[in-house]
Each structure stands twice: as structure tokens, then as C-alpha cells.
Design a protein around this ligand. Structure first.
Ligand code: NSP
Length: 227
């Protein structure tokens, strides 16, 4: 490992260990299509619908974090995030779907795509068979990744602001509240990963890489309308 890598913060080392997969996720053609506004609306609608199912399992994963908690602080952290997903994020998502012509009845009858199933069940299994750190590492591409996607898009010369139907999506994840939540997760991971052995770090790197690749598959599912 290079001196630069070994001096980096642990979360950055997780990213560096799967740099090409992380880039493929953050800079995916689906993401670029949101940035320049050229993403077909059918792809975004398909993504939005599957993301509703994703959020259901994402909430379950934070429920699992509550179960895996070993202290009051961890218990409260899991509970607060679970409540924010159920009370705020899912409600917002439902009203957003309505604006895109997808009703709550449509959402209730949705068939889960294979990409949604693979990603969400992977995260839940990583948490169920491991400890709280395994679960957080499996969730990190989701929590931190969308903040990075939004920041990356805002820095791109091809970003189209006016008349871009996806600008609201980008602004939502670029928003200070979401960026702060992502930073809090980075900080938590940096603190927890600081003390792990190289063997444990390698094990966690594999989980992080798998979850990153499954996030990229989720974009691809939206792009290709895969079921
Ligand atoms: C697939 C996916 N990954 C991440 C996020 C951000 N919570 C999301 N809504 N959907």
C-alpha cells in the first residue's frame, strides 16, 4: 500500500480499494443523463418506482441497525435514521412519484426488479450475518454515494440547469441537510474503522465494493428498464 493510501482516512481507503467500481457508480450513464437532462423519462420513472421498494428495505436495514445496537448512542442513531426514512423520505418519495404519474396504488402493486432484490437483500444479509459495522459499510455507498453523485454533477460542465426535469433530484441530494447526513456517516465510519485489523479491513472492503457494484447495477436497471 502506498504512503498516500495508508495516511488517508479509513473511509477514503475503502473507496480507494475499489476506485474503478466507485467511479463507475458515481459517474454512471444514468447519472450523466440526469446531469445533461437527456435521460429518457421512462428510465427515470422506472428508477423512481423501484427506488420506492428500495426505500422500504432501506428502512428495514436501519431497523436491523437498531437491533444490532450495543449502546444507547447506537440505538438512538438507528432509530433517528429509521424515523427520518419512514416519516420524511418515503412521504417525499410518494409525492414525487405522484408528480411523475405514479400513484400510491401503482406503488403498492409493483413487482420488484432483480437489481432491487439483489442490492437490498445483500445489504440486509451483510448486516444480519455480521455486526453493526458490517451493516454500516454495506449501507455506505447508499448514504454517502448519493451525496457524492450530486456534488460531482454540480461540478460538471455538461450540467444543464434550465429546463432539466432532473434538476430537483440533483438539488435534493446536493442540499446541506443530505450532505451533512452523509458527512456524519463518513465520520462515524472513520471512527469505527480506525481501530480494525488489516484482515477485518480487507473483509469490510469486499462488502463496500459489492454494495458499490450493486448501486451501479441499480442505475443500469433504471437505464435499461430491466425487470
Ligand atoms: C438505490 C438508492 N441508493 C441510495 C439512495 C439514497 N438514500 C436511494 N434513494 N436509492
Amino acid at each position: 500500500m502506498s504512503a498516500v493510501l495508508s495516511n488517508a482516512l479509513p473511509f477514503d481507503r475503502l473507496v480507494d480499494a475499489c476506485a474503478s467500481d466507485w467511479r463507475a457508480y458515481i459517474e454512471h450513464p444514468f447519472v450523466r443523463g440526469m446531469g445533461d437532462g437527456a435521460l429518457p423519462e421512462a428510465s427515470f420513472r422506472h428508477y423512481l418506482k423501484q427506488d420506492y421498494l428500495f426505500l422500504v428495505h432501506f428502512a428495514r436495514a436501519w431497523g436491523l441497525a437498531v437491533y444490532k445496537a450495543r449502546s444507547m448512542g447506537e440505538l438512538r442513531q438507528g432509530l433517528d435514521i429509521l424515523k427520518a426514512i419512514v416519516d420524511l423520505e418515503m412521504g417525499l418519495h410518494i409525492s414525487w412519484c405522484a408528480e411523475w404519474g405514479v400513484s400510491e396504488d401503482d406503488l403498492a402493486m409493483l413487482q420488484e426488479s432483480r437489481a432491487t432484490m439483489a442490492y437490498t437483500r445483500y445489504v440486509l444479509d451483510a448486516g444480519a450475518s455480521g455486526d453493526l459495522l458490517d451493516l454500516h459499510v454495506a449501507l455506505a455507498p447508499c448514504v454517502v454515494g448519493y451525496a457524492d453523485v450530486a456534488s460531482w454533477l454540480l461540478a460538471q460542465p455538461f450540467l444543464k440547469r434550465d429546463g432539466n426535469p432532473y434538476m430537483r433530484w440533483i438539488d435534493m441530494y446536493a442540499d446541506a441537510e443530505f450532505q451533512q447526513a452523509a458527512q456524519a456517516e463518513r465520520d462515524w465510519l472513520n471512527a469505527r474503522l480506525a481501530g480494525v485489523t488489516p484482515e477485518r479491513f480487507a473483509q469490510l472492503s469486499r462488502i463496500f465494493r459489492d454494495a458499490t457494484r450493486l448501486e451501479a447495477d441499480f442505475w443500469q436497471m433504471g437505464l435499461t428498464l430491466a425487470d
